[in-house]
Design a protein around this ligand. Structure first.
Ligand SMILES: Cc1cc2nc3c(=O)[nH]c(=O)nc-3n(C[C@H](O)[C@H](O)[C@H](O)COP(=O)(O)OP(=O)(O)OC[C@H]3O[C@@H](n4cnc5c(N)ncnc54)[C@H](O)[C@@H]3O)c2cc1C
Ligand code: FES
Length: 351
């Protein structure tokens, strides 16, 4: 996306004040604000959650995805929009419900990337590499939004790897029936595809300086960001002094992936990282994985398996949750019932 075309001035207001930023005619209002360090409200950045809602009080905007599920409760006749789906057509004034702050770290940016190194992990999960035109630094747990020619809108993918100033992001996609981005990858196994990349984004991040034990609960491809968190924790030898647990929910053992890497993280953890693969649709008698016996196996829904596994834990932990929205909602409820305050739960809904 070229952000150097005609710039509009967008002013966002709330009861604490207002901020003005430039918005190119081909970028979304959300991305323009974030890129300039303005901490606008968002979660998915792709039209599904509704967190980036705002009300246009003057000026013209163009809404790209009119049926975005995140807009279901908005009142378009009153000027309500999703900032991630709206482009400014003139200078605009918007009201937003949350406090506005300028971030003290560099904002996300737009780059190009080339998808290479496609590697099927199961019959519907594909690992891929994204080679960037300029390096990116990100926090473990963050994601990028990819836009491919011929596919309307952006798709969010969490980084699997972790390093500073990287030129290659490792990503993973779980194919959904009829899903356009998944199809692009699965139907083009030996090829390359060029995409626009916006990021890094996301607040469900791991910060070693927080110095707390943590638990990761992932459903399916929700494991992506957890891999990045575990990679970062392993790099700084976090488990020398902290406890960690990962609960990875899949339907059957054949649906599980990244097990070799997970067993390496567990082996490097001084005995302080417990990894459990929870199987919702298959009953297995074994308590340990046959090939990777450092990994535990359990039967049941991942949020229930996690609740049992954490029964003896001190409640002073940070919980990371990612996966399909229904799994994330059940897990958050179960964590809260188990005594973990919502402020300590960081999540991404892969909607
Ligand atoms: C924070 C976050 C992180 C995620 N991380 C991962 C991950 O690591 N791995 C993974 O497999 N999945 C991840 N997802 C889900 C991923 O973004 C896609 O929704 C999923 O891969 C299905 O995409 P698809 O193109 O195959 O399916 P489709 O059904 O074609 O598209 C689904 C998504 O594309 C967008 N979209 C669809 N139509 C339009 C349109 N007309 N205009 C604009 N946007 C449109 C919406 O975001 C929608 O949810 C994540 C989602 C979020 C929000
Ligand atoms: S951030 Fe715009 S709908 Fe989720």
């Amino acid at each position: 996306m070229n952000t150097h075309e005609r710039d509009m001035k967008v002013t966002v207001q709330n009861k604490n004040g207002e901020l003005t930023f430039d918005c190119g005619e081909r970028e979304s209002i959300l991305y323009a604000g974030l890129r300039q360090g303005i901490n606008l409200p968002f979660e998915c950045a792709t039209g599904t959650c509704g967190t980036c809602r705002a009300r246009v009080t003057s000026g013209d905007v163009d809404v790209r995805w009119k049926d975005a599920p995140g807009g279901a409760r908005l009142k378009p006749d009153k000027g309500d929009i999703l900032m991630c789906q709206a482009r400014a057509r003139s200078d605009c004034l918007l009201r937003v419900p949350s406090e506005l702050v300028i971030a003290d770290t560099a904002g996300p940016a737009m780059r190009r990337g080339i998808i290479r190194g496609l590697r099927p992990l199961t019959n519907d999960v594909m690992h891929f590499d994204l080679h960037l035109t300029s390096p990116m630094s990100f926090q473990a747990g963050q994601f990028v939004v990819l836009e491919a020619a011929g596919i309307a809108g952006g798709r969010a993918y969490s980084m699997v790897n972790f390093a500073n100033d990287v030129e290659r992001l490792a990503l993973v996609v779980k194919r959904k029936p009829g899903g356009r981005f998944g199809d692009l990858l699965f139907d083009n196994l030996s090829g390359e595809a060029e995409v626009e990349v916006f990021g890094p984004l996301g607040r469900a991040v791991f910060r070693p300086e927080e110095d707390r034990n943590f638990v990761c609960i992932a459903g399916g491809s929700g494991i992506a960001g957890m891999m990045s968190i575990l990679e970062c924790a392993t790099q700084v030898d976090y488990f020398r002094n902290h406890k960690g647990a990962l609960f990875f929910g899949v339907r059957t053992l054949a649906d599980a992936f990244y097990l070799e890497q997970l067993s390496r993280y567990a082996a490097a953890s001084h005995g302080n990282l417990d990894v459990t693969v929870a199987l919702s649709d298959e009953t297995i008698g074994a308590k340990l994985h046959a090939e990777f016996p450092i990994l535990k196996l359990a039967n049941g829904m991942v949020h229930e398996v996690a609740a049992k596994g954490m029964a003896e834990w001190d409640r002073n932990v940070i919980a990371y949750v990612a996966g399909p929205p229904i799994m994330v909602d059940s897990t958050i409820r179960s964590l809260i019932v188990g005594g973990i305050p919502i402020k300590d739960i960081r999540y991404d809904k892969f909607s």
